[in-house]
Design a protein around this ligand. Structure first.
Ligand code: PLP
Length: 369
């Protein structure tokens, strides 16, 4: 790669392919692979990522909201797409673009069936979401029977899958709770199949669950974060490769005398002669204010440089006093010498929030496999 001359998020499709194959190898050959590519494929680039995953053979995609799915269809993606959290105003668009809604409450189910009937659909694929303890979305073991009743009274829709979500699949201290969720899901799923008289696909595992509860893979797994190179487990992270590398450039260098200050509110004070470098990215690009005040740092020519003072909207400053560097040099925020998880932790957050937070203003550069 040529050195970055501006702020760039490099997206390594080779790393994506590596992660896909690594996770694939951990699940049975008959288990389907649903790639979760919501939120711009976790801040990467949903279309480029979807195209690569389609080529690699992903069986299903999942996004959170309807318009994310529409965007993929408009880019020519033909793989089935589950919409995890659809809202009623998007239902027409769902049918128009052959997207598959998760139906998670009686209100949503009733409304979707009404529309499917009005549009003279037959066996339109829908997915039933069950709440087994996360208490976020879904029918419960107590209240799902009314949903089955509605489904039995129409042939406009057909349940392509039934699924649930684990609240703490990465947390070994919550193992008992997770096993209980899996068990509840199994009970619901089997009684559902009996009532429907056909067998929907079943799925409950996200990335961490694929590694921690392989016995719960059922017919399909849903992987998001793992595809982008993280697993919530340091040991497994070693087998995965971060897909995104955030780079920037030194715009300008300031020579500070003892007593000089840097940035808003004069947060950084030089206690000795200091060189500070100014970079073209800030909190509007996803570098939260928590990364400032020397909590986190970046890499310049292989050396660590703390982010000093307050993070500005479009700019951060770093201390390069002891680093051999000049204006125009490349800076690595995360990826390469700095694992994104380490950077996220320095800012008091997790990989998910860091990578999905890199704003759309940052130019994406796709590196083919
Ligand atoms: C986001 C999401 C996933 C993906 O989880 P990862 O931990 O990123 O693998 C799976 N299922 C549901 C319901 C989700 O919302």
């Amino acid at each position: 790669m040529p050195k970055a001359q501006e702020t760039l998020l490099e997206i390594d499709l080779g790393a994506l392919a590596h992660n896909y194959k690594t996770i694939r190898s951990r699940i049975g050959a008959d288990v389907k692979f649903m790639a979760v590519i919501k939120a711009y494929a976790y801040g990467n680039d949903s279309v480029a990522i979807a195209k690569k995953l389609e080529e690699l053979g992903a069986d299903y995609f999942a996004v959170a909201y309807t318009e994310e799915g529409v965007r993929l269809r408009e880019a020519g993606i033909t793989t089935p797409i589950l919409i995890l959290h659809p809202q009623i105003p998007g239902f027409e668009r769902i049918i128009e673009h052959c997207l598959e809604p998760s139906l998670y409450s009686d209100r949503i189910l009733k409304e979707f069936i009404n529309l499917a009937e009005e549009k003279k659909q037959k066996d339109y694929p829908v997915h039933l979401k069950f709440n087994t303890g996360m208490n976020r979305l879904g029918f419960t073991e107590e209240n799902y029977k009314a949903a089955v009743e509605r489904l039995s009274n129409t042939n406009s829709v057909k349940v392509a899958s039934a699924f649930s979500h684990l609240a703490a699949s990465e947390d070994w201290k919550e193992r008992e709770f997770s096993l209980r969720q899996i068990n509840t899901f199994r009970n619901i799923a089997y009684s559902l199949a009996e009532k429907l008289e056909y067998e929907p696909l079943l799925h409950i595992c996200n990335t961490s669950a694929i590694f921690n509860y392989p016995e719960a893979a059922f017919n399909m797994v849903r992987t998001g974060i793992g595809l982008y190179g993280f697993s919530n487990d340091e040991n497994i992270d070693k087998d995965l490769k971060p897909v995104g590398t955030l780079k920037s450039v030194i715009s300008q260098i300031q020579e500070l005398k003892e007593g000089d200050t840097v940035g808003y509110n004069r947060e950084f004070k030089a206690v000795q002669p200091t060189r500070s470098a100014t970079l073209p990215l800030g909190h509007a690009d996803g570098i939260d204010r928590k990364y400032g005040k020397s909590n986190a740092g970046v890499f310049v020519n292989g050396q660590y440089a703390p982010i000093i003072g307050n993070v500005c909207m479009d700019i951060i400053m770093i201390d390069v006093t002891d680093i051999d560097c000049e204006e125009g040099d490349e800076v690595i925020i995360f990826g390469g010498p700095q694992h994104p998880v380490k950077f996220a932790e320095a800012g008091g957050t997790i990989s998910y929030e860091l990578i999905t937070g890199i704003s759309q203003r940052v130019k994406r550069v796709i590196i083919p496999e």
